[in-house]
Design a binder for this molecule. Structure first.
Ligand SMILES: NC(=O)C1=CN([C@@H]2O[C@H](COP(=O)(O)OP(=O)(O)OC[C@H]3O[C@@H](n4cnc5c(N)ncnc54)[C@H](O)[C@@H]3O)[C@@H](O)[C@H]2O)C=CC1
Ligand SMILES: O=C(O)[C@H]1O[C@H](OP(=O)(O)OP(=O)(O)OC[C@H]2O[C@@H](n3ccc(=O)[nH]c3=O)[C@H](O)[C@@H]2O)[C@H](O)[C@@H](O)[C@@H]1O
Length: 429
């Protein structure tokens, strides 16, 4: 099987690596020549644990290559994965312009039968539209199938998730296309659900929206816990012991960010509106998430008076640990708000860097100690391992005031309080 992966971002690069690991010949194609050059040299253009060694291993094996030559790459492939971005438009709908470009590229260069696999997250009905776009761009008629095969990996655990998926969802119009996909994934040890393309597309949005709902549920509950003097972590633990509820995705904090939950929930809401349907629960999920971080800021304001002229150490910029991705990161929103309120913000992150628009107003520090020097308060926004082993006794002396606002509820409240810190998390301690 000669597989082409179009779009070598987070998902495309991971997909290409995993398919090569499964033994297939894989080519990665991207319009960004800089990314292709780096990948060819074995240097990932993003931070993701395990990707660099596997990239080098697969380049050495000869099963993986990268190119920017669209025509040659499409002609040589029998199976084509579409992994380009589907960013949000201002109205919340998914921007399908990159998907359309790729579909037309495939159509123009279709020299023999190809199986086209949509891995990008796309709204219900996109598989049909891709088939139309490929068909309309053809110069001479050749057969092809388009299937939906959504991806469920998490950033920071991308390789593990892609190598050990919980399930594989295949949305196919024909039995033969579904069977080709099952053959491709035959070495994967997980349930494979073959369904219609529209169902597969909705499963992806429904999964992300459900996870976002769990987070907003526990976050909204955390606000009540604050008022009642109840530790939300214990509530989450207590309800999570019921296997019907489960412990995962019940970690209260400053809210969910990233390139997917905010955009995918917005896109599903848009789809519902387009079809005259309302998803009121999901609208509330968004509303809770939009305001969640403000509650921690409010706690800090109550302690500090106001932020003007105060130094705040911001620990973590990435939307979650083990990634350098700051797309829709709540940490960035908090930094912006603090700057607006004239705080002096000193940020630290082991991998992520400040967005260009904050470089002039926020300092990026190379160490935690530097960020905390003379600070009136620490805001922990991303639960990197490094922050769990901070020598608090040592940094306390260098701080102006020992105030900690833990936006991820991961620090030891009891220990820090005993040490003389003022500690506040989300949902009572
Ligand atoms: N990042 C994640 O954790 C996950 C993302 N997804 C979905 O996967 C899709 C891709 O996401 P990411 O990998 O994060 O995006 P990304 O932005 O990291 O990568 C997209 C890549 O596509 C390339 N590209 C755009 N147009 C192209 C064209 N015409 N031909 C060739 N290459 C082209 C871009 O240069 C870029 O390198 C999105 O739909 C996303 O929702 C799904 C599961 C997880
Ligand atoms: O479609 C996607 O792109 C992906 O989106 C998420 O993955 P990801 O965004 O990488 O990261 P998550 O681990 O899901 O975290 C998302 C956000 O939720 C927050 N979160 C997560 C869990 C929790 O209990 N509480 C909480 O606030 C995280 O801090 C982070 O900001 C899903 O978990 C993946 O299954 C999906 O494939």
């Amino acid at each position: 099987m000669n597989i082409l992966v179009i779009g070598t971002g987070y998902v495309g690069t991971t997909t290409a690596l995993v398919l090569a690991e499964m033994g297939w010949n894989v080519t990665g194609l991207d319009t960004d020549v800089g990314k292709i050059e780096r990948l060819r040299q074995g240097l990932p253009h993003f931070y993701e644990p395990g990707v660099e060694p596997m990239l080098r291993k697969q380049l050495d094996s000869g099963r993986l290559r990268f190119t920017a030559h669209t025509r040659e790459a499409i002609e040589a492939a029998d199976t084509i994965f579409i992994c380009v971005g589907t960013p949000p438009l201002p109205d919340g709908s998914a921007d399908l312009r990159y998907i359309k470009q790729v579909a037309e590229d495939i159509g123009r260069n279709l020299n023999a039968y190809k199986l086209v696999v949509i891995k990008s997250t796309v709204p219900v009905g996109t598989q049909r539209r891709v088939a139309e776009w490929v068909g309309a761009a053809q110069t001479e008629p050749k057969q092809f199938d388009v299937v939906s095969n959504p991806e469920f990996l998490r950033e920071g655990k991308a390789l593990y998730d892609a190598l050990h998926p919980d399930r594989i969802i295949i949305g196919a119009d024909t039995v033969s296309a579904g069977q080709r996909m099952k053959n491709m994934y035959h070495s994967m040890d997980c349930p494979i659900l073959v369904t219609t393309p529209k169902t597969a597309e909705l499963i992806k949005y429904a999964a992300n929206s459900f996870l976002a709902t769990k987070i907003s549920y526990i976050n909204e509950l955390s606000r009540l816990c604050d008022k009642l003097g109840i530790n939300v972590k214990e509530v989450a633990q207590g309800i999570g012991l019921d296997p019907r509820i489960g412990t995962s995705f019940l970690q209260a904090g400053i809210g969910y960010g990233g390139s997917c939950f905010p955009k995918d929930v917005a896109s599903l809401l848009h789809t519902a509106h387009e079809h005259g349907s309302e998803l009121k629960l999901l609208e509330e999920v968004v509303a809770v998430n939009r305001t969640q971080y403000m509650h921690l800021l409010e706690k800090a304001r109550a302690r500090l008076g106001d932020f003007s002229g105060k130094k705040v150490a911001l620990l973590g910029l990435a939307f979650k640990p083990d990634t350098d991705d700051i797309r829709e990161s709540i940490a960035i929103r908090i930094a912006e708000r603090l700057v607006d309120e004239r705080a002096y913000v000193a940020a630290h992150d082991p991998a992520a860097v400040l967005p260009a628009e904050l470089c002039a107003s926020v300092a990026q520090c190379s160490s935690v100690e530097q960020a905390m020097q003379d600070a009136h308060a620490v805001f922990l926004c991303t639960e990197w391992d490094e922050y769990l082993s901070i020598d608090w006794a040592a940094v306390k002396h260098s701080m102006h005031q020992p105030n900690i606002f833990d936006g991820r509820n991961v620090l030891d409240a009891g220990k820090l309080t005993t040490m003389g810190f003022f500690y506040q998390g989300v949902g009572y301690r």
